[in-house]
Write a protein that binds this ligand. Sequence first.
Ligand SMILES: Cc1ncc(COP(=O)(O)O)c(C=O)c1O
Length: 382
Amino acid sequence: MTDAPIPFSKPFRALHELAYLDEVLGSGHTHGDGPFTGRASRQLEAITGAPHALLTGSGTHALELASWLLDLEPGDEVIVPSFTFSTTAASVIMTGATPVFVDIDLATGSLDVDAFEAAVTPRTRAVSVVHYGGVAPDMDRVLAIASAADVAVVEDNAHGLGARWGGRACGAFGVLAAQSFHATKNVQCGEGGALLVNDTSLLSRAEVLREKGTDRSRFLRGEVDKYSWIDRGSSYLPSELSAAVLTAQLEAFDDIQARRHAIWDAYATGLAEWADLTGTSLMSPPPEAEHPAHVFWLLAPTGPLRDALLDHLRAAGVGATFHYIPLHSSIAGERFGRTPAPCPATDDFSARLVRLPLWAGMADAAVERVLDTVRQFRPVAV
Ligand SMILES: Cc1ncc(COP(=O)(O)O)c(C=O)c1O
């Protein structure tokens, strides 16, 4: 093989990153909560419609803040889809509360709303709604079920910046939502995240928990003349260096999204016939869910055929990959969680899933090569 490998993902390089980093280093304000943190936060509020965005060191940190803010404690339960990243659940057990794993919907890869409803008990304090690939479940139903049961909705919107459901931005539905700016995300600063605070009654405490348990944020705004330790907390804020990169990335958000959508559309169109011929399901979000072109996934007809397709793609230098191993049957999931009902869709989705390379800097020729390589694969006699 002579063609260079096509990576699964490659961090976007924004125009002003270096200039902004230079500005931060020259200013002497390299620690957190400087001007670039403010700029990135306002940009996030504009994109999501959330009233307040607080930058964090990671999406995981944002999820941890959400757990502390809900005052979860031992005996409490949080419903979590089994098909998600470890820290959707690890951020719950940190408080002593129990993650309760439920199944996903094969059509979206996100929460099965019936399974959520069936898993609610008097101990349920929250549901963590993961928008897999930025495809939200039926949020009208989620909000109605949660409200009837007095359950807080937290959105794990790590994948979903720019996603919408029913015309409303993902990240603005829950009382709290977590964003990730990890290197693999559409907008990235290496490691980074944000907590969106939609319930403004939680804002002042969120600031304290994020700033090592102190009211330093109020002090910096001149609202108090000194700051001190007043609550639990940790160091959840990123440095200005991260915020500077994030600001430059967010300024390029429309361009990033336009390119990612063009690639996503090329995959959907270019693989439709092959998918029909081979019994493959292509990611196809329902009309209410506007996805942000974070992933393009397909489901092979069987698990062994998925493995064979991945082998075929990798041998041709195409960096396709699987995704999460279900949490309900993981070592930590069995130890710390509860699984009230089987999760067959999660097991099936995880076993048959392939994600194709998708990054804003991908050239048309690379997209064509991915398409050609996929189409060469014949899982069944056709
Ligand atoms: C669904 C989901 N939630 C949370 C996270 C954690 O984000 P981070 O890596 O920024 O901590 C990830 C990471 O990719 C994720 O996929």
